[in-house]
Design a protein around this ligand. Structure first.
Ligand SMILES: [Zn+2]
Length: 253
């Protein structure tokens, strides 16, 4: 049977339920007025990551050090990407939002996350030629049936008008989950794990690429992607994530 026909009563019912039930805070499930939003208390608990930040790592500075200032960490060990920004520091509320998008099938969490990312990453978005999500291996994609980074990239494309592509960057092998690995082990885990699909190199060559992911922990995954993009001739690689984990190595989800 045609699935769109068989789904119709279910979709109609869901539409009616949505009309009659209040929108719920994406973190604590209390009633809120706006769909895809947080209650005032949860919004205040998010640790918004505003300027001033290190231009390369996106990590917060205690005071403004001028445009394009770099942290000691960035100078000591420059990443393979050019600039990075995140909307929030990863904390309990940020984790619940990420979880709502990733596992609880609440895509509206992704709408809110993308809006917050577009705000903090406005400049990188304006200067990007193409938005690429960090890819999942097809096996994990099949298990989860959803790539949260692709969803965020799609929403950022909708908000900015910059095109996004899901078929350019590939994960060529399965990597074990990064949870619980220290920084060195994470680097080993993702080394050579990504490549630009050879038939799609023109999408990257000489272009300003904006790489998108939900959470940046040590940055090892983004680093591996940035190296693959550089190898394919990307002129610039910027990184925009929803959350940034401040002290790498600590398991967070
Ligand atoms: Zn709440």
């Amino acid at each position: 049977m045609d699935s769109t026909v068989s789904d119709f009563p279910a979709r109609l019912w869901r539409g009616l339920v949505d009309l009659l039930t209040p929108s719920l805070c994406l973190v604590c499930n209390t009633a809120v007025e706006e769909p895809a939003s947080l209650c005032v208390a949860c919004w205040a608990k998010l640790r918004h990551l505003d300027e001033p930040v290190c231009n390369m790592l996106g990590t917060p500075f205690a005071y403004d050090q001028g445009e394009a200032a770099l942290s000691a960490e960035a100078l000591a060990e420059p990443p393979a990407w050019d600039r990075a920004r995140a909307a929030v520091i990863f904390n309990d509320e940020g984790a619940r939002l990420v979880h709502a998008l990733k596992y609880r099938d609440r895509p509206e969490a992704g709408l809110l996350m993308a809006r917050m990312m577009a705000r903090g990453g406005r400049r990188m978005l304006n200067e990007a030629d193409v938005i690429l999500p960090v890819p999942l291996h097809f096996f994990r994609l099949w298990q989860r049936r959803f790539n949260q980074s692709a969803f965020l990239a799609q929403q950022l494309s909708r908000l900015s008008g910059t095109p996004w592509r899901h078929d350019v960057l590939l994960r060529r092998r399965r990597t074990r989950a990064q949870v619980g690995l220290d920084q060195a082990a994470r680097r080993r885990n993702v080394k050579n794990a990504f490549l630009v699909r050879p038939s799609q190199e023109s999408a990257v060559w000489g272009k300003a690429v904006l790489l998108v992911d939900d959470v940046r922990t040590t940055g090892a995954t983004a680093e591996a992607c940035a190296l693959a993009l550089r190898a394919a001739g990307a002129a610039r690689v910027d990184l925009l994530t929803f959350a940034l984990v401040p002290s790498p190595g600590r398991p967070h989800k």
